[in-house]
Structures are given as structure tokens and as C-alpha cells.
Design a protein around this ligand. Structure first.
Ligand SMILES: [Zn+2]
Length: 117
């Protein structure tokens, strides 16, 4: 029926562990560029032992209508969604002041002639 929390032993719907954990994360969101200047939104700092990272990634992918992957407790979303990601995390119970946006990373670097190595 309902899942039991590993931390407090209560059914998930009565458990506050995740809610408490969500207020004490130190999350950082930045934009990463890989090959061919493709942009990714990378979310780090989530405690995978306390937060269901996969579930969170699923919610983000639905909300932002993008693809993404989970590597350990790091979420990588396709595209640049810095503020949208933060806003979504806040709606999910994460505390705004614990989320750090790397706004500089969202600025596209100027194109340097040619570019291909
Ligand atoms: Zn619990």
C-alpha cells in the first residue's frame, strides 16, 4: 500500500523527513555547455539520501517539457532553465534561500571565430 519512510518508520504520507530535508539543502543550479554549445541545466547539492531525486527530475521534466537525466543525486536537464528550475523547486517545498543560481553561467559566451578545434 503506502511506502514506509526509512528514516522515521512512518508511512510516507505521515512522514515529514523529506519536508524537513527540503528546507535544509544547499542546492546550486547552473548552466553547463557541452559539445556543440548545447546547454544543460545542472542541479547539484541535493541530498539523495533524503530527497527522491528521480521523482524530482521527473517533475522537472514534465514541468519544463524537456529531457533530462539523473546521475547520482545530480539532475541534468536539457536546455537553459535556471529560474524555472528554482521556481519549481520552491513549489516542491524547497526553501528559496537555500537555492543558489549561477546566473553568470546562463550568459552565452561570445562566439569566437571558427570555434571548432
Ligand atoms: Zn520519515
Amino acid at each position: 500500500m503506502s511506502e514506509i519512510c526509512n528514516t522515521c518508520g512512518l508511512p510516507k504520507e505521515l512522514c515529514f523527513c523529506e519536508a524537513i530535508a527540503k528546507e535544509s539543502q544547499r542546492i546550486s543550479i547552473k548552466i553547463d555547455r557541452k559539445k556543440f554549445r548545447k546547454e544543460y541545466t545542472v542541479i547539484t547539492g541535493i541530498d539523495g539520501a533524503e530527497i527522491d531525486v528521480k521523482d524530482l527530475a521527473k517533475g522537472l521534466k514534465n514541468k519544463l517539457a524537456c529531457g533530462g537525466t539523473v546521475k547520482g543525486s545530480v539532475i541534468e536537464l536539457q536546455g537553459s532553465h535556471l529560474k524555472e528550475t528554482r521556481d519549481f523547486l520552491v513549489t516542491q517545498g524547497f526553501a528559496l534561500e537555500t537555492i543558489e543560481l549561477d546566473e553568470k553561467s546562463a550568459i552565452r559566451p561570445p562566439r569566437t571565430g571558427g570555434g571548432r578545434r
